[in-house]
Design a protein around this ligand. Structure first.
Ligand SMILES: [Zn+2]
Length: 294
């Protein structure tokens, strides 16, 4: 019976699996996961394998998968088995996740949480933007036709996107912070970029996400990154924290209690114009102003 085998599995694996229970894992802050992963790995080494790995002289780029090949030689299970087990155990952890967007007041996330893509809501926002911003006056006679003819209307329906590392959003994929929802960008096109950039303030929302809300495939990919980076740092010693381009797609809303903070980047890079630096005119929002006064 499945239930029985699951139970014995839990009993055998419990001591190391427990290191992830309730733990907040933040890729950029190695203190949140490096030691935990070392503890988790303790039962997996071949005899003397850990010491031998540390003495290896490896000259590899941080994202070279040969780090995992090196680890594989010194542990008992195959690396794929380790990744699978870690993906299962990470279901007990929380992943610090970042969501980049533009909003007039980030307080809405602290009050209401984050909602999945809902085309009807975005259509309403598009109508409002076109009605209120004279830069889009030329679009007023045809906005209903644009909405009715939008072939990609369902492109992101029911989805919510997050990232395990905010740095790529500031550096390589700043378009969501500069111009807001990709759905709106696709609907309104390039001609609306200036208006979209005037709406709201670039905002990065921070969420402590129960990692079992992400798919097993997502956890598996993240487990692979963690093991690879752990090996690199274990061999090389303390070094820089590489920016990781890693997306998490959710199929449910995030309640307000999981939103742990937000920030407004002062500087972004525009991927549509050779990563030109763009400064945020007013990197604050009513929620920040209210918190400062309180
Ligand atoms: Zn704010």
């Amino acid at each position: 019976m499945d239930g029985e085998s699951d139970l014995s599995d839990v009993e055998v694996r419990a001591p190391s699996a427990e290191v992830w229970r309730g733990r907040r894992v933040h890729w950029q802050d190695r203190a949140t996961w490096f030691g935990a992963l070392e503890t988790w790995l303790e039962r997996e080494w071949r005899s003397g394998g850990k010491a031998r790995l540390q003495k290896r002289k490896l000259d590899l780029c941080w994202d070279d998968s040969d780090w995992l090949v090196a680890l594989d030689r010194h542990v008992q299970p195959s690396i794929e088995t380790l990744i699978e087990e870690l993906a299962d155990d990470l279901a007990n952890a929380k992943l610090r996740t970042f969501h980049g967007c533009r909003v007039p007041d980030a307080g809405v996330f602290h009050r209401e949480g984050l909602r999945r893509n809902e085309p009807a809501e975005l259509e309403a926002l598009a109508r409002r933007l076109v009605a209120e911003d004279d830069d889009l006056a030329w679009m007023r006679p045809k906005i209903e036709g644009i909405i009715a003819g939008f072939e990609d209307r369902e492109r992101d329906t029911g989805r919510l996107y997050g990232s395990a590392d905010e740095r790529p959003q500031l550096d390589r994929s700043g378009q969501y912070l500069l111009f807001g929802s990709e759905w709106l960008q696709c609907l309104l096109g390039w001609g609306a970029h200036r208006a979209l950039k005037r709406y709201g303030t670039p905002t990065v929302v921070e969420v402590d996400l129960p990692f079992d809300w992400a798919s097993k495939g997502t956890r598996r990919e993240f487990a692979r990154h963690l093991l690879q980076e752990w090996t690199r740092v274990f061999v090389m010693g303390e070094t820089f924290s590489p920016a990781l381009d890693f997306s998490v797609i959710l199929l449910r809303d995030i309640p307000a209690e999981m939103v742990v903070g937000h920030s407004h980047p002062r500087v972004l890079k525009n991927p549509f114009v050779q990563y030109r630096t763009e400064r945020t005119a007013n990197p604050t929002c009513p929620h920040c102003v209210g918190s400062a006064k309180a």
